[in-house]
Structures are given as C-alpha cells and as structure tokens.
Write a protein that binds this ligand. Structure first.
Ligand SMILES: NC(=O)C1=CN([C@@H]2O[C@H](COP(=O)(O)OP(=O)(O)OC[C@H]3O[C@@H](n4cnc5c(N)ncnc54)[C@H](O)[C@@H]3O)[C@@H](O)[C@H]2O)C=CC1
Length: 489
C-alpha cells in the first residue's frame, strides 16, 4: 500500500493558479495500475528477431513484392508523382485493411527471420539500412510517396489532397516497426493498433504489397551502399510480418467495430482564445477506456486526422469530450476551435492507447499533465472515482502561464470531491521548478505508477525525472511520442 507522498521541502504556496499549489491529499489507496507500456516508438529496443518459437511464422497472405521494388530506382519519380496536390495538411494513407480471407483474430505477429549461418540477423541488416538512410530521410520519404503514387495511382485518393510535412507518417510508422522487428512486446500492439486504425482510411489487404514494394524500392535506392540480397530479404520478411499483423488486426476488428464513427458536436466551449472543449455524440456506441485517445477528422479537411484524448471517463449518456488547442498552421485544431459548432458532424476513428488504469492493483497514481495533456488525466481521475477506489492520485498540472491553466477549476472541483486526490498547479513563470522537475519536491514516488501526458518534450523529460525518482520504466505510461509529434496540428 503506498504512502502518501510527502513534500521534501516546504510545500509550495497553496495558490493553485500560481506556482505549485500543493493540496493536502488524504486518501486511502486501493489499487494500482500495473500495465505494461505501450507505445511503439517511445520504447522499443532490444535485439533478437522474433525469438525462435516465440511467434509463428507469418502467413504470406499480403506481403510485399520485393524484387519489383528494387528494380525501378533508376530515375527519380516523375514530377507529377511528387506528392503535393493542393490543399491542407496531410496524413498517412496506408495499406491494408481486413479481408474476408483474414478473419483470424488479430494475430500473433509472426515473423521473421531466422538468420542463416554466417548471415547477420535481420535486425542488424535493418538497423544498418536505417543508419544509412536516416541522414537523407526527407529524400527517402519523397521518393517513397512518389513511387507509390506513380505506380499505384489508385492509392492516391486514400491520402489527403495535400501532402505536407506530415506526409511521412505512414513511412515513419513502417520504419519504426521495422526497426523494432525483434521486440514483439512493443511491436505487436503497435501494429495491431495501426492495422485497426487504418480501416478508416479504406485500406485493404491488397494495398499492402504496393506499399511494401515502394518501401523497399526507396530504401534500396538510398541505402545502396549497404543494400544486398540479404538485406532485401530481411526487409521483405520484416514487412511481411508487419503487414500481416496489421491485416489480421484489421480483420478481427471488422467483426466487432465500425471502421469509423460519425459524431455530432453537441457543445463547444471556448475556454481561452485558442482552447476549446468540444463535446460530441457518436452515432453508435463508442466503447473506450479512460486514458485512451482517438483520431478525429473534421468535415472541412477530409482525410486529415488528428489524435485527441478523451477528456472524460466513459459517460452514461455516451457523450465524448475533447480538449483542443488551436496551433499555428494546424488545420484540424483550428477548425475544431474556431469553426466547429453544435450540429457539425465529425468522424472518429477507433480508440487507442494503453495509458489506462489497472484496477487490479492498489498503488497510487502520479499524474503529470502539461497544457491540454491534462485531458486524459482528468479522465483517469474520473475512472478511479467511478471504481470507488480511494487510492492516492497526485496530479501535477503544468502550464506556461496562469492563463493557460484552462481546466484548473474542474481539477479543483474534483479535488474537493475526492479526498484521495491532490492537484498541484505548476506554472512555468512562477514555480522555481517546472513541471517534470517539480515532482522532486514531493514523494517518495517509488510505489506509484506514473502517467505522463503533454508535449513530447515534456514526456521525454518527465520519463527521465520519474526514472530518477525510482519509478521503473514499466510503471511509467504515456502515449506514443511518434503519435504525439504527428498529431500536433
Ligand atoms: N489535447 C489532448 O487531448 C492531448 C494533448 N496532448 C499534447 O499536449 C500538448 C499540449 O500542448 P500545450 O497545451 O501547448 O502545452 P505547452 O507547450 O503549453 O506546455 C505545457 C506544459 O508542459 C511543459 N513543457 C513543454 N515543453 C516541455 C519540455 N520540452 N520539457 C519539459 N516541460 C515542457 C511546459 O513547461 C508547460 O508546463 C500537445 O503537444 C498535445 O499534442 C497530449 C495528450 C492529450
């Protein structure tokens, strides 16, 4: 049973809107989360191809077409291929989707490579390729999409009209997955999520070979100095595994969920000039867990999706709320903050993310929420409350200025209602320690599970601070950094 964290120094002034505002927090802990980390990008490492016997070999249903791929790197793709069509932002547009042929439940991954005598393991070959192409990542990206759209123009409509800086999300996801091909614990949930998420783009299994072919075509061109048959074979195996896991996950998901939901805006509350709380009513039941996020498409920017966390635990009226901050050049965020009104209909993708509460344990929750990253933290608090738990929940709510603490009143109301909850506001300009570091004034935290939500930089430094505070990596939860970086607008 965790003990309440005690300030190691004099408590910060109790002015919530200023620096760290401590709040006494009597409580009686009761359970704790103890899940495993999730995100792919953020965590992976560890080598060792899918361990022998660890995963069944991939089914070869929708794999790549390698050789074709390496063929045409001759010239750069034609100008028309260059992905810039015309309008707003971009998004991924991947391959895959379910198929009647793949009704098997979201599969175990499969995978890979059993290295032959004298042949470097696939992971080594893949890492070598990545090291070679990373310095020219932009060129690889442009070439990949150019190849894809020139050779497979039928796939172009799956992508947003304009392919901007976000255009490489598909490629990034694939490369991230390949890099962690030997870390199934991280890779499989990532890919299953990716496969399910791609249903809303209209991807089908037959799209996968096209993407794989262009992936390998681009890599072989820009990693020419290290490319050989073995390397190509390693990438083919990796991509075959990746695509199969995605296809299987999409097929399994198709049996139980729609590819997307329509959701009507029922309220729109401008909290600051650039932050809105948007509440929607999905057209069908939308099951999710507190702490998860979804992707949102507005009617004004078709096929441009951005991620937002649910700002409340599941409600009996089925409504969902999001906290949206309009960011410069953010197509979706500006539309949601400045244009959306009750009656507008959005599209939602499936829920995703594992920053959820494990109700089978009783440790305390240490939550760091920066800016609108406080949204899922609020959902987690409601979740703990609804489960009737009295475990300690310690929230550090960070903002750059007083004015940016747009949800402090809600948090203070929750604190008043729940004696086990403590909320401390940390304002950059007023606190002598900023958000992640501020937790060092309190503690000990080693018996807590940690939740970090906010800008990618805050998550990175937050994880460091939490590790230094004695919380093991597997008890620190946050959304995928890659998803966050890609969802900023
Ligand atoms: N809207 C939502 O549902 C969710 C949003 N997010 C993410 O949260 C972020 C919110 O952005 P803003 O409200 O503009 O937050 P912000 O940029 O104003 O920062 C909020 C807090 O994080 C701290 N911070 C920022 N960068 C940091 C760094 N590199 N190291 C340490 N601390 C840092 C700031 O000091 C401040 O206290 C976005 O990146 C968004 O993607 C995350 C989860 C859910």
């Amino acid at each position: 049973m965790p003990t309440p964290p005690q300030p190691r120094t004099a408590p910060l002034p109790p002015e919530q809107r200023t620096a760290a505002a401590p709040a006494e927090a009597p409580y009686a802990p009761q359970r704790v989360p103890a899940q495993r980390r999730q995100a792919p990008a953020a965590a992976p490492t560890e080598p060792s191809l899918f361990p022998a016997g660890g995963h069944p070999p991939v089914r070869q249903t929708a794999p790549v077409g390698p050789s074709a791929a390496s063929a045409p790197h001759a010239g750069a793709p034609t100008a028309q291929a260059a992905p810039h069509a015309g309008a707003p932002t971009a998004r991924t547009a991947p391959p895959a989707g379910p198929s009647a042929a793949h009704t098997t439940p979201a599969s175990e991954p499969s995978a890979a490579p059993a290295s032959q005598e004298g042949t470097p393991p696939d992971a080594v070959l893949i890492q070598r390729t990545m090291a070679t192409v990373t310095p020219v990542a932009d060129k690889v990206t442009s070439y990949f999409y150019a190849l894809l759209f020139v050779r497979h123009p039928d796939l172009r409509p799956l992508f947003p009209a304009a392919m901007d800086a976000q255009r490489d999300r598909l490629l990034k996801a694939l490369l991230t997955a390949a890099e962690h091909i030997d870390n199934t614990d991280v890779l499989v949930p990532f890919l299953q999520n990716l496969g399910r998420g791609h249903r809303k783009y209209g991807t089908r299994p037959e799209h996968y070979p096209a993407v794989g072919e262009c992936l390998i075509g681009s890599l072989s061109r820009y990693a020419e100095s290290v490319w050989d048959d073995e390397t190509e074979a390693a990438w083919v195996r990796a991509y075959t595994t990746i695509s199969q896991v995605m296809i299987d996950a999409a097929a399994a998901d198709e049996l139980r969920s729609p590819a997307w939901w329509h959701a009507e805006v029922v309220s729109h509350e401008l909290r600051t000039p650039d932050i809105a709380v948007v509440t929607v009513r999905p057209d069908q039941p939308y099951p999710f867990l507190a702490g998860q996020y979804t992707s949102v498409e507005t009617p004004w920017w078709p096929r441009i999706w951005r991620h937002y966390s649910f700002a409340s635990a599941p409600r009996s009226d089925g409504l969902l709320s999001f906290h949206v901050k309009a960011v410069p050049a953010g197509w979706v965020s500006n539309a949601l903050v400045h244009r959306a009104r009750p009656g507008d209909v959005l599209r939602l993708g499936p829920p995703a993310g594992s920053m959820t509460v494990d109700h089978t344990t009783d440790s305390g929750l240490l939550c760091l929420g920066g800016g609108t990253g406080i949204a899922p933290i609020k959902a987690l608090i409601e979740d703990v409350a609804e489960h009737g738990e009295r475990r300690p929940v310690e929230v550090f709510y960070g903002a750059r200025t007083d004015h940016d603490l747009y949800d402090i009143d809600t948090m203070l109301r929750l604190q008043q209602a729940h004696p086990w909850l403590s909320v401390r506001a940390i304002i950059d300009q007023q606190a002598h320690l900023q958000l992640p570091d501020a937790i060092r004034e309190y503690g000990p935290w080693n018996e807590y599970d940690a939740y970090v939500s906010g800008p990618p930089g805050m998550i990175r430094s937050g994880v460091d601070v939490l590790r230094n505070a004695g919380i093991p990596h597997e008890r620190i939860r946050h959304d995928s950094l890659e998803e966050l970086v890609a969802s900023g607008s």
